[in-house]
Design a protein around this ligand. Structure first.
Ligand SMILES: Nc1nc2c(c(=O)[nH]1)N[C@H]1C(S)=C(S)[C@@H](COP(=O)(O)O)O[C@H]1N2
Ligand SMILES: [Mo]
Length: 173
């Protein structure tokens, strides 16, 4: 899905504070409230949902804190009041209903990596050249389109490639 998000660059928020030089990652945590969030009554994942980005990924202007969608305030199910959108990772990393953001020294845990580490690594760059253990990632079908199209590296946002230069993206999936 190609979504018209409304929000600000995450960097605009992160620039309001001065992380220590040893900060290398940003860790995000969701509200844990099974009363309001019925899905959290079932142990599908270790709640609350957590996500992380490397600091340079978090500072890229495309990393977005969204508060709205299609010209409207974000509905609850889409992550109100504020959620992350990382366009070059397709739908991955989009933690919803964020209540905590921390600078950390070590790579923080992510819910999907904890749940199925062989399928979901920390980076979640959807790499058309590297299959998911259970399916190919070489093609995508956009909602509203019939024919599949080739998956683009970094969803076509070529500027972010420099963040991963020198990394083995087969190992860092
Ligand atoms: N807080 C929170 N965020 C979350 C999840 C979750 O369970 N809790 N699930 C993730 C998963 S698996 C998906 S597929 C997307 C789905 O929502 P989206 O399409 O609006 O990004 O949300 C992600 N963000
Ligand atoms: Mo998902």
């Amino acid at each position: 899905m190609v979504i018209p998000w409304i929000g600000i660059s995450l960097s605009a928020l992160l620039n309001q504070v001065q992380p220590l030089p040893k900060a290398k990652y940003v860790a995000f945590q969701t509200l844990h409230d099974p009363g309001q969030m019925p899905g959290q009554r079932f142990g599908v994942l270790n709640w609350p949902y957590v996500e992380g980005l490397r600091l340079d990924e978090a500072m890229h202007p495309l990393a977005t804190l969204a508060v709205g969608i299609y010209g409207e305030t974000l509905p609850n199910q889409d992550g109100a009041p504020i959620r992350l959108v990382v366009p070059w990772k397709y739908g991955f990393k989009g933690i919803k209903s964020i209540v905590k953001i921390k600078f950390v020294e070590k790579q923080p845990p992510t819910s999907w990596n904890e749940a199925t580490p062989n399928e979901y690594g920390f980076y979640s760059n959807v790499n058309p050249n590297v299959d998911h253990p259970r399916w190919s990632q070489a093609k995508e079908r956009r909602i509203g389109e019939f024919f599949k199209r080739p998956t683009l590296m970094f969803n076509g946002y070529d500027d972010v490639a420099r963040l991963y230069s020198g990394m083995d993206l087969k190992k860092n999936y």
